[in-house]
Each structure stands twice: as structure tokens, then as C-alpha cells.
Design a protein around this ligand. Structure first.
Ligand code: RTP
Ligand code: MG
Length: 155
């Protein structure tokens, strides 16, 4: 029989350069909504690193300005854990375009801290596969496998 395992869904949140000065306030909201912050790192992305992170958008009209924006100052990357963390975090940040968010979801974080269709304050992984990949991008040493209970107690 295999050992019992504990698994809690994780997602990657990024506080983008335009919202980093609100990081403490945003982290308070994150914990108030029941997320656990497993890891946190403040980092300035180079344009090359920002391009790698947003590679899925390469070739789109907004790609060059997205890269300029994401490498314009430090970002804060956080690994969040919670039941259904991926969809819960996406719901809490709200629609991509902050201008629309302000009209349709005034309580969401992009409505509160973002400005427009690009400067929208926050990122959230959009699927399980993306979350694991993005967590590894910012935290290459992070353990991605569920830890068997017996093994966790030993470490
Ligand atoms: P994110 O990846 O940052 O969580 O945002 P998202 O899933 O809601 O939206 P996505 O389509 O993945 O776009 C990535 C980021 O690119 C910028 N963007 N600019 N000017 C534009 O038309 C435009 N469209 C997207 C935003 O910063 C968006 O979050
Ligand atoms: Mg996205």
C-alpha cells in the first residue's frame, strides 16, 4: 500500500512593478482570504527573464511593452497554497484589464491596484501545469512533489 500523502493546491502570484509599493497591504489581503504564503521573493527581472516568463505571448502586439513593464522595477513573487488556490487567486485578482475590473468587479485587486489593460498590478497562474512551471521559474529549488507524511515528519 502506498503511503498517505498530503496535497494542497499551490499557485504563483506576482505583485507587478506598479503595485510593489502596496505589497504589505496586498499580502494582508492574501492571508485574510485564507491563502498560506509558502515562499516569497522580491526580484528585478531582466527583459530576457520577463520574456521567458511570458513566452506564451511572444509575437503579440503588446509583448514588447509587457516586457518593458515587467522589467521596469522589482516584482514580488509568492507561492500561495489553499484549496483551489489557482482559481481562487484568479478570482480575487479579477479581470485582466483593470479599467474593466473597476467597472465590473470593483472589489477585486486589479480594480484596486491596477491602472489599465497592461498595468494591472498582479499575476496569477492560469492552470495546474502553468502554476508548477511558474513556481519553478521563481523558486527553482522548490519541492513540487507531495511529501509522504512519514517523510515530512523526519525532515
Ligand atoms: P497574467 O498572466 O499577468 O496573470 O494576466 P492574464 O492571465 O489575466 O492575462 P494574459 O492574457 O496572460 O496577459 C498577460 C499580461 O499581459 C498584459 N496585457 N496587455 N495591452 C494589452 O492588450 C495587454 N493584454 C495583456 C497584462 O499585463 C496581462 O496581465
Ligand atoms: Mg496569463
Amino acid at each position: 500500500m502506498s503511503k498517505p500523502q498530503i496535497y494542497v493546491e499551490r499557485t504563483l502570484a506576482v505583485i507587478k512593478p506598479d503595485a510593489v509599493h502596496h505589497a504589505d497591504e496586498i499580502e494582508d489581503v492574501i492571508t485574510r482570504y485564507g491563502f498560506s504564503v509558502l515562499q516569497k521573493r522580491k526580484v528585478q527581472l531582466t527583459p530576457e527573464q520577463a520574456s521567458e516568463f511570458y513566452a506564451e505571448h511572444f509575437g503579440k502586439m503588446f509583448f514588447p511593452s509587457l516586457i518593458t513593464y515587467m522589467s521596469s522595477g522589482p516584482v514580488v513573487a509568492l507561492v500561495l497554497a489553499k484549496d483551489q488556490a489557482i482559481s481562487s487567486w484568479r478570482e480575487l485578482i479579477g479581470p485582466t484589464n483593470s479599467l474593466i475590473a473597476k467597472q465590473t468587479h470593483p472589489d477585486c485587486l486589479r480594480a484596486k491596484y491596477g491602472t489599465d489593460d497592461q498595468q494591472n498590478a498582479l499575476h496569477g497562474s492560469d492552470s495546474f501545469t502553468t502554476a508548477e512551471k511558474e513556481i519553478r521559474f521563481f523558486f527553482p529549488d522548490s519541492i513540487v512533489e507531495p511529501i509522504p507524511i512519514g517523510e515530512a515528519a523526519k525532515s
